[in-house]
Design a protein around this ligand. Structure first.
Ligand code: 2E7
Ligand code: F3S
Length: 336
């Protein structure tokens, strides 16, 4: 705790060590447009249809978001077969394969698709390349829901490439007809390396029509890079299964942070991390509610750190409309 002066009107008396401390707060951080839309979708669905509303997979990869929605009546399931026939199910922001749509139709489910529009864009690119009979190299992490959904659009054309080490093992039908796509939440720099390695093997490699790594991922990496070099410690708020949050830790370390850790919330901060630390930077993944970041700043203040200084490296103003199925039902309810 900072030592407080007892003289009314006097500034707090800081120890020499405390006077040299700083907290830098990355901006942008936290919720992106796709997460905001997905979380509001579940909230509005609960208000409109009443609980329970089923959600296939975590709506976004944040354990606090999921438990808050559970407390309001959302029921998270892993697979469509767990949803009762005829019930309402929301598809998560990470997207689903056509097979999941088929399974939902077979069970006569009412579906609301909260797939981020920037993921839907990658699905369209996959379908287009597949229709043109390209072999598609999808750069991404095995097992991630987004990769499963995108690969499911054209499984016979798509193969996963996790990084440069995979490139020598790629087998394609025609080296002149190869295209690449990526998961939206990868490290920008690592992906450039992977693409360079692929292009070395397949010089006629076709690029996606526009960036697949989304604006939010890029901006959060840029923001943490901007402050990492000045930071003895970077704290990234985000869950362990959140790809974009985990990438922020890696990017911070690459960009020169003394240390970088991911926490779900302030309670996971180990006081030993703060030993000898003057400058602490804080950021958060795209699925992280701002209240969790504020909790970290409160803890730092309790440990004698000053108010945070925001460091802005990009402005964001993107907003996505709610899924059309939900908008239609909301409108009908208003008119009734
Ligand atoms: C959807 C997509 O939920 P997240 O933590 O997901 P990642 O993909 O980073 O594990 O973050 C928001 C989000 C990011 N990408 C949601 Cl496709
Ligand atoms: Fe969409 Fe990117 Fe967010 S893909 S859900 S805008 S992290």
């Amino acid at each position: 705790m900072a030592a407080m002066s007892t003289d009314v009107g006097m500034p707090p008396v800081l120890t020499p060590d405390e006077a040299e401390r700083a907290v830098l707060l990355a901006a942008p951080r936290g919720y992106c447009a796709g997460v905001d839309r997905a979380v509001v979708t579940v909230e509005q669905a609960l208000d409109l249809y009443g609980a329970p509303v089923y959600v296939r997979k975590q709506i976004v990869h944040n354990k606090h978001v999921v438990s808050d929605l559970e407390a309001r009546g959302a029921v998270f399931v892993e697979e469509i077969e767990e949803v009762p026939t005829g019930a309402t199910v929301v598809f998560s922001a990470h997207g689903v394969s056509p097979e999941v749509h088929r399974e939902a139709a077979e069970r006569d489910l009412k579906t609301i698709d909260a797939t981020c529009p920037l993921v839907t864009k990658v699905h369209h690119e996959a379908k287009r390349f597949a229709n043109d009979d390209y072999d598609i190299l999808l750069i991404g992490h095995a097992g991630h829901e987004e990769v499963e959904g995108t690969a499911g659009e054209a499984p016979e054309h798509i193969q996963l490439v996790e990084g440069p080490a995979d490139v020598e093992h790629i087998v394609v039908r025609d080296p002149a007809k190869v295209a690449w796509l990526s998961q939206t939440t990868l490290s920008v720099d690592e992906t450039l390396e992977t693409v360079a390695a692929i292009r070395e093997r397949f010089p006629q490699l076709l690029d996606p029509p526009s960036d697949d790594i989304c604006y939010a991922t890029q901006n959060r990496q840029l923001a943490v890079k901007e402050i990492a070099g000045r930071s003895d410690l970077v704290i990234v708020v985000g869950s362990g299964n959140s790809s974009n949050s985990v990438r922020l830790v890696e990017v911070a370390l690459e960009a020169g942070a003394g240390a970088a850790y991911r926490v779900d919330d302030a309670s996971e901060i180990d006081d030993a991390w703060l030993d000898g630390v003057r400058t602490v930077s804080v950021t958060s993944g795209a699925s992280v509610p701002e209240a969790l970041v504020q909790g970290v700043l409160t803890l730092l203040a309790e440990r004698g750190y000053p108010d945070a200084e925001a460091v802005h490296s990009a402005e964001e103003s993107l907003i996505f409309a709610l899924p059309k199925e939900l908008r239609r039902d909301l409108k009908a309810a208003q008119q009734a």
